[in-house]
Design a protein around this ligand. Structure first.
Ligand code: THU
Length: 136
């Protein structure tokens, strides 16, 4: 799938908007994500931290959950962004969930300046564990 500049800009804008809702009291590190469905709808997500640190939810997983809870099932692209020098890269837990619910999804890692790295989830999560592809 070719990512046009228009699509990149739309997803980046949605991720930046979602990031504004970040609840990052502990890390002070705001992250935003936007996931695109096959039908062209975009759902945002931000990171939400907990005083019980391990319960923190990343922006990517919240964007995915937001879309799934709205009935969406097929995803093509997710963009993630944060205010850092080099593009932010999804953590292992997010890679697993993306692999489970959005196999083959294109992951666009960015920062606020719009530097970008584009990779397929299958590259980001090499030798994955998973059987959910068969559960559709
Ligand atoms: N975080 C994300 O939301 N996405 C990532 O890709 C990496 C990290 C969040 C989790 C935590 O709230 C903060 O960034 C610092 O780790």
């Amino acid at each position: 799938m070719k990512i046009s500049k228009d699509l990149f800009d739309k997803l980046h804008f949605a991720a930046v908007k979602a990031r504004e809702n970040s609840q990052s009291y502990y890390s002070k590190f705001k992250v935003g994500a936007a996931i695109l469905t096959e039908a062209g709808k975009i759902y945002g997500g931000c990171n939400i931290e907990s005083s019980s640190f391990g319960l923190t939810m990343c922006a990517e997983r919240n964007a995915l959950s937001n879309a799934i809870c709205n009935g969406e099932r097929i995803f093509t692209v997710i963009l993630v962004t944060a205010d850092i020098d080099t593009p932010i890269s999804p953590c292992g837990a997010c890679r697993q969930l993306l692999y489970d619910y959005a196999p083959g999804i294109i992951v666009i890692m960015t920062n606020l300046k719009k530097d970008a790295i584009v990779e397929n989830i299958e590259i980001l999560l090499k030798y994955p564990f998973g059987f959910m592809k068969n559960l559709k």
